[in-house]
Design a protein around this ligand. Structure first.
Ligand code: SAH
Length: 241
């Protein structure tokens, strides 16, 4: 009679150890995949900014996608998230972040929170991140995730990002992660002198031109970087030409 509970306890302990070990293995597996992603797809393709590389080495991208896609989280392509939207390709996240040349004291505005991954990358590098998402379900999900990961310097708002976030502006940098056929004028107004705004510009849903605009003496200095494919920005932007 006395032996039975002891055996039971030992068996339970063994099961517990197996579970912990398999969790640790999965953790190591993700870490390895993440290091490989940073080396091959980010650094290997010309991204040099150490703070971008470090942030992307640290952030667990697999937590920003659904369980069924976690094993693909470190592949070099965008992945579907809820509501028919996408989490951007890691290389494009790195390219856009590097282009903004962020300083640790910068305050950044993001339009298109989506999964929250890009916001997390920005929050590791800059001091404050304000991010706007038009779809309520994505606002709730990303806000909860970012909170659970301990990001206190990210504020998420449910709104049409076309109008920016006036009360927290002007911003040192603005990143738009949905495509538009023009730069929303409120965003230009909310960009500081010397600050940069990056946006996929174009009128098709298949590809756009990643465009970097820097404010110099009140005017925009525009640099076209490369072709990209983003989901379209919806709301006010689609009413205007
Ligand atoms: N940055 C995201 C990916 C963005 S996908 C990430 O790291 O996961 C583009 C997002 O922009 C979608 O979630 C979409 O709902 C949102 N979006 C589209 N139009 C918008 C608008 N007018 N204002 C705010 N968000 C918008």
């Amino acid at each position: 009679m006395r032996k039975l509970p002891l055996l039971f306890v030992l068996a339970a302990l063994a099961v517990l150890l197996i579970i912990i070990k398999s969790d640790l293995n999965a953790f190591d597996d993700y870490r390895q995949k993440r290091q490989r992603m940073v080396e091959n797809d980010i650094r290997g393709r010309g991204i040099k900014d150490k703070r971008v590389l470090d942030a992307m080495s640290r952030i667990e991208r697999h937590l920003f996608v659904d369980k069924g896609l976690m094993h693909r989280a470190y592949e070099d392509n965008p992945l579907p998230i809820d509501e028919g939207q996408t989490i951007s390709q890691p290389y494009v996240v790195a390219l856009m972040t590097e282009a903004l040349r962020l300083k640790p004291t910068d305050r950044v505005l993001e339009i298109g929170t989506g999964s929250g991954y890009q916001a997390a990358v920005l929050a590791e590098i800059a001091s404050e991140v304000y991010t706007i998402e038009i779809r309520k379900k994505l606002v709730e999900k990303s806000e909860n995730l970012l909170k659970s990961l301990g990001y206190r310097n990210i504020k998420v708002k449910h709104a049409d990002g076309y109008f920016g976030w006036e009360e927290h502006g002007p911003f040192d940098a603005i990143i738009v992660t949905a495509s538009a056929n023009h730069i929303p004028p409120p965003l230009i107004r909310q960009l500081k002198e010397g600050g940069s705004l990056i946006i996929p510009l174009g009128s098709t849903v298949y590809f756009q031109t990643l465009t970097l605009a820097t404010k110099k003496k009140g005017e925009l200095d525009v640099l076209q970087m490369t072709s990209v494919a983003f989901v379209p920005m919806t709301g006010e932007v689609q009413k205007k030409k």
